[in-house]
Design a protein around this ligand. Structure first.
Ligand code: SAH
Length: 212
């Protein structure tokens, strides 16, 4: 079930659905998604679907991970990137090989601890983690060339926009539980931003505060 053939099938499916960036597809082909979920569900690891990871959270659907990564990387190589919502660490492990330095924040400590161990296991060492409310970003490491949020606020947090470098890109689901839109916000200058709506999506909500 975790054979190369099963994984290749997922990659072909992503390609059929429009993912074109071969570097993204390559990283996804080589990343063992089954280590990011409970053993009881690992037989479903290479299905293109979100799955529960405990604490009412889910590992993101592979297509969405691929799409968000592709959009974030589409203009130029990214040196510093912030991820909001580490979760299982799966999206983290897809982004990390494709960027210079990745900063990842998560509000639920046990999830982040497990994600950190998994990334160590697969040998990724350009990621720094912080247990914090990511709606506020991670200001001491800003500015970022890219920010990717895996949880949905009701509107784009001003703090995240302000932590973008000029030319930086923020990809974030926005909206309530029944209708969310994937937004791409680009910082054009110190105080000008463009916003493009890419897709209808379904993410867990961005919640405030932290859980130990
Ligand atoms: N991409 C992740 C998906 C994680 S689900 C994966 O592939 O596993 C979204 C995550 O965002 C959850 O773990 C949730 O706890 C986290 N989250 C929600 N609100 C947050 C906030 N304000 N700050 C940081 N993380 C948050």
């Amino acid at each position: 079930m975790t054979s190369q053939r099963t994984r290749d099938r997922l990659i072909n499916r992503l390609r059929d659905q429009g993912i074109q960036d071969e570097s993204v597809l390559d990283v996804m082909r080589n990343t063992p998604r089954h280590i990011f979920i409970d053993e009881a569900l690992s037989h479903r690891a290479y299905e293109d679907t979100a799955l529960p990871i405990g604490y009412n959270q889910t590992i993101s659907q592979p297509f969405i991970v691929a799409k968000m990564t592709e959009v974030l990387l589409s203009e130029r190589p990214l040196q510093k990137v912030l991820e909001v919502g580490t979760g299982s660490g799966y999206q983290t492990s897809i982004l990390a090989p494709l960027v210079g330095q990745l900063y990842s924040v998560e509000r639920i400590k046990p999830l982040q601890d497990r994600a950190r161990e998994r990334l160590k296991l697969i040998g990724l060492n350009n990621v720094q983690f912080k247990h914090t409310d990511g709606g506020m970003g991670w200001s001491s490491k800003a500015p970022y060339d890219g920010i990717l949020a895996a949880c949905a606020p009701e509107s784009v947090p001003e703090e995240l926009k302000q932590q973008l470098a000029i030319g930086g890109r923020l990809i974030i689901p926005v909206g309530g539980s029944d209708s969310q839109k994937l937004n791409l916000v680009v910082r054009l200058s110190e105080d000008e931003f463009s916003t493009e709506i890419l897709d209808c999506v379904k993410f867990v909500p961005l919640l405030s505060g932290t859980v130990r």
